[in-house]
Design a protein around this ligand. Sequence first.
Ligand code: AN7
Length: 351
Amino acid sequence: MPTWRGIIEEYREFLPVTDKTPIVTFGEGNTPLIFAKNLSKETECEVYLKFEGANPTGSFKDRGMCMAITKTVEKGFKAVICASTGNTSASAAAYAARAGLDCIVIIPKGKIALGKLSQAIMHGAKVFEVDGNFDQALELVVKMGEKYPIDIVNSINPFRIEGQKTGAFEIVNQLNGRVPDYHFIPVGNAGNITAYWKGYKEYKDKGKIKSLPKMMGFQAAGSAPIVLGHPIEKPETIATAIRIGNPASWKQAEAARDESCGTIDMVTDDEILESYRYLPSKEGIFCEPASAASVAGLKKTFKAGKLKKGSLVICILTGHGLKDPDCAINQGAKTYKVPCKVEAIVKELGY
Ligand code: AN7
């Protein structure tokens, strides 16, 4: 038996399972909580990065998908469906393949990072690219779910939130019971901020912690419905994962913000890209553009003088940098094309 048994076995008492529940797992969770030396110095805080890109399919979605697909099997469905900006589809396709379920994926045409699309395809999902954005794709999925015996595994499925809340338990455990003062997180469809807040509150209710973090959600400026207070009909951002104009968990995200005395704010694509380049080059951690929104949010909050010095800070890095190789290559870093000769290399190095 592996020492880490996946989120359901590890947090069984907090999850809706019985001894008979047929668990579908890849051993997800237990992702690294990494001290960020340079970022800590820069922001005068103690900053840790929760690297959710280290999950089996490369994003935080595996926590929720483990729980959702486990319940799909328990309920007796033979097929699942999701709308996705990419990561949900990659995770759904993988867990469905493992459980022997059909997987139907609806994605906005041309707006999915290549790594994610290749995962959904290789895991055998039926992938439909539609003329429309994520919000329209999700509406279509809801209609399909109402009409056919297909289980919806978007975060409107409450089991997704249940699985994802385990991230909060893990952070507290990895900090030996300390509670972050601030929890920075990207916000798209707003399921993850909802889930983390639920997790922290449940740990407090169980007496495992005494305080709660401020929830600091960040949307991309071109896709910031919660910040602006109205749905965005044509959301745009380089961070395609959070290119969402009408989040399903809008109200829950506002509740997390208000109950925790936190904020939901936005960062520009330029700010996102600055952190996207900063993390791999200065901290050695490569995340996808949407994930960098949490760190961009931290930097913005620090610069605005709104961060209490010496605070314990968590930034969630939701997905791996390898998910979106195009965005990385487009950052303009050059390679050196040289003859295969020592002298040619040395010349470029200036030795
Ligand atoms: C890397 O895959 O919505 O606020 O369909 O992939 O819980 O939606 C992805 C969302 C942040 C936002 N970071 O989380 C999908 C999808 C990454 C993501 C988010 C997503 P939510």
